[in-house]
Write a protein that binds this ligand. Structure first.
Ligand SMILES: *[C@@H]1O[C@H](CO)[C@@H](O)[C@H](O)[C@H]1NC(C)=O
Ligand SMILES: *[C@@H]1O[C@H](CO)[C@@H](O)[C@H](O)[C@H]1NC(C)=O
Ligand SMILES: *[C@@H]1O[C@H](CO)[C@@H](O)[C@H](O)[C@H]1NC(C)=O
Ligand SMILES: *[C@@H]1O[C@H](CO)[C@@H](O)[C@H](O)[C@H]1NC(C)=O
Ligand SMILES: *[C@@H]1O[C@H](CO)[C@@H](O)[C@H](O)[C@H]1NC(C)=O
Ligand SMILES: *[C@@H]1O[C@H](CO)[C@@H](O)[C@H](O)[C@H]1NC(C)=O
Length: 627
């Protein structure tokens, strides 16, 4: 990199402009061929992580994409709804562009998601929709009961977007001329969209699974899903009123993340003592997630070419220029560097990630495609600092394609800049092309989970964006983003309660319970600080009497006047259960209640979920504070 930069500088000063241009062109062509090589490896890397036959995914059910084959430090041998959906969207886009042999993977994924939606889990079940917010499952499609940052509300939206993209293809080609395949998929999409319409205005964990609040990325993914879901639903003659009524409110809320200089990744944060700048790859990924090749450079839609998204990108990149040792040799402000999730990151000591570094390039390639489509680059006060970091003599103004050489100079400069990020990622990619999650901030060696599905997917989407920026190839199709949307003057908190049904025709088990009760257990139990109460019992929702799978209670409403521990569990209607509470002492000792309690969940009523409250009082040994 250093050597190449030096050569580039030499070329610029010693040779005339024409040969400098030829030099840049050779460098770009060389990069293009390296990208093609890595793309082949990356696609194979994704397919290796795809159950049931992927070489790195033994035991994974059909259609399950594991996050990484790594089972230890970290253990990523699970399927995350978010990672799988983002990857599947890429697989659909590749399928639509000549990779016909990918269709069986898409169909397996559809089936697996129909099943996943019916798995009751610690976030809830399908009956209320709450279970759809569960972030991850075991690769054999069973629930994961461990502590986790849940719910995560981007998963249903991203899955809807992946399936909508595929459904649009089915309907437009006539391949599915009777519409059966699309009709079968719709109930999965509908559950996800109903979830978005009902829960978008509640907090959840962000895409990095750390922050409980409102995430820019999540809100954007939700907005997009509602818009394209409403269009698809209309085509399938479905009721889309909830999506249409909520979309403007989500759009309004999306604007509130902008602080005047950049989009703040997380707002409404619940954790006390949370202090980060808010500058985060979350926002760059948002710009990519909202990218619509037919859109103009719209700030409110945070399009890649918009002034806001460019200003935001500069803030994001600059946050990493000085903190990583491997960036230290890169002095020019217009050179690509390694970037990570956010500057304050300490996970695995806080390293650059492949997918975040590649996301910078992808946003810029998307922007180039957009400028070319709208024929104009507008530099304003908001984007000027970005432009001057890429092209030092840039001035505010409007530059038209073909109008002067300025347009070409500016887009060439952005292309070179974007390429610098890809070159950085490739420089720190091991010889065999394997992409892990992170690379060392000290020396660039691969770190954390190996063969990360999302890293591979991000390489392939970056490559498609670069092709679209440098040729007339266009991979990503429009999602029908509205043009010139007015932002409502007042943002309205809102929700539409949805109904949720197993997508049986798409592969959900026909006996999956769809009618549930939200049972609130209120337990009076005097405890001391460090002593915690759990609930367990005779069904999988209650941990099948396993202490390790017992549900943790909340002491949020605990007071001296009322020592209240609460649990909310979504249980199938008509269930006949036994349960009891237990205490975990700071020493690790477990104290059980004496007798089993019993509970009959009512039969299904008109409303799912029904609601039931159970009042209990601790009946058993009490922890000793003196121990
Ligand atoms: C599913 O996988 C988990 C984790 O490997 C394992 O503990 C569990 O027993 C498996 N369940 C079934 C039904 O195979
Ligand atoms: C709900 O929406 C209102 C109006 O946009 C907003 O002020 C509030 O922060 C939102 N809360 C959450 C948790 O989304
Ligand atoms: C655009 O071109 C004119 C001359 O053709 C030049 O004076 C100006 O600096 C250029 N602007 C940019 C942003 O390159
Ligand atoms: C590179 O840095 C990582 C820490 O980021 C360290 O664990 C590893 O040993 C280093 N490798 C080399 C070859 O220096
Ligand atoms: C409670 O149920 C568990 C699981 O069936 C059983 O092992 C235990 O003996 C029961 N306890 C009492 C006091 O009945
Ligand atoms: C729990 O405590 C409250 C307040 O002291 C009391 O009103 C209520 O009856 C208790 N519930 C049970 C089941 O003992």
């Amino acid at each position: 990199m250093k050597f190449q930069a030096l050569l580039a500088a030499l070329a610029a000063t010693l040779l005339d402009e024409a040969s400098a241009k030829a030099f840049r062109q050779r460098r770009a062509e060389d990069l293009a061929s390296r990208i093609e090589g890595e793309t082949t490896i990356a696609l194979q890397g994704v397919l290796n992580n795809f159950g049931p036959d992927g070489s790195e995914a033994p035991g994974a059910s059909a259609g399950v994409l594991i996050a990484s084959p790594s089972t230890d430090n970290p253990n990523y041998y699970y399927t995350w709804t978010r990672d799988a959906a983002l990857t599947l969207k890429m697989v659909v886009d590749e399928f639509l562009h000549g990779k016909g042999d990918l269709q069986p993977y898409i169909r397996d994924y559809v089936k697996a998601q129909a099943i996943v939606q019916t798995i009751s889990n610690p976030s809830g079940a399908l009956g209320s929709g709450r279970g759809l917010g569960e972030p991850k499952y075991y690769a054999n499609l069973t629930r994961f009961n461990g502590d986790w940052g849940r719910p995560q509300r981007d998963g249903p939206a991203l899955r809807a977007t992946a399936l909508i993209t595929y459904s649009r293809y089915l309907l437009s080609t006539g391949i599915d001329s009777d519409g059966t395949e699309a009709d079968n998929i719709w109930p999965i999409i509908q559950n996800d969209l109903n979830y978005v319409a009902q829960y978008w205005n509640q907090t959840g964990f962000d895409l990095w699974e750390e922050v409980d609040g409102s995430s820019f990325f999540t809100t954007a993914a939700q907005y997009r899903a509602l818009i394209e879901g409403a269009t698809l639903g209309q085509r399938l003659q479905q009721d889309v009123s909830a999506y249409e009524s909520q979309a403007p409110n989500v759009f309004c809320f999306l604007q509130t993340f902008w602080n005047g200089n950049y989009a703040v990744a997380n707002i409404n944060v619940k954790q006390s003592g949370f202090s980060r700048s808010g500058i985060d790859a979350n926002t760059v990924l948002t710009s990519i997630a909202l990218f619509d090749p037919d859109a103009v450079c719209d700030d409110t839609l945070f399009q890649p070419c918009s002034s806001r998204a460019l200003a935001n990108l500069k803030q994001y990149i600059d946050a990493f220029r000085t903190i990583y040792t491997i960036n230290q040799g890169v002095s020019e402000s217009g050179a690509g560097v390694a970037t990570g999730r956010y500057a304050e990151d300490v996970y695995f000591n806080g390293n650059p990630w492949y997918l975040t570094t590649l996301a910078v390039a992808e946003q810029l390639y998307d922007a180039i495609q957009q400028w070319s489509t709208v024929n104009t680059i507008s530099i304003d006060d908001e984007s000027l600092a970005f432009w001057q970091s890429v092209y030092p003599s840039a001035q505010p103004g409007s530059y038209t394609k073909g109008g002067s050489s300025n347009f070409t100079k500016l887009t060439d400069a952005v292309l070179t800049y974007a390429d610098g990020f890809v070159e950085t990622a490739l420089k720190y990619t091991p010889e065999n092309g394997a992409l892990s999650e992170q690379y060392s901030r000290e020396n660039g060696t691969s770190l954390s989970a190996h063969d990360l599905t999302w890293s591979y997917a991000s390489f392939i989407t970056m490559r498609a964006a670069r092709l679209a920026a440098t040729s007339d190839y266009s991979q990503v199709s429009s999602w029908g983003s509205p043009s010139k949307l007015e932002v409502p003057t007042v943002c309205t908190p809102s929700s539409v309660k949805g109904t949720y049904k197993p997508a049986v025709a798409a592969g959900a088990p026909s006996d999956a319970p769809s009618c549930t009760y939200l049972v609130a257990f209120n337990l009076n139990a005097t405890t001391f600080y460090g002593e915690n109460i759990y609930l367990f019992g005779s069904s999988s929702d209650l941990g099948d009497w396993r202490v390790s799978d017992a549900l943790a209670g909340s002491a949020a409403s605990y007071s001296d006047a009322r020592p209240l521990w609460t649990f909310t569990v979504e249980l199938p209607a008509g269930a006949d259960l036994e349960y009891k509470f237990l205490r975990k002492e700071p020493s690790g000792e477990v104290l059980y209640e004496v007798e089993n309690r019993s509970l009959e969940v009512p039969e299904c009523g008109d409303e799912s979920p029904g609601e039931q409250t159970v009042e209990d009082s601790w009946n058993g040994p009490v922890g000793n504070q003196m121990e």
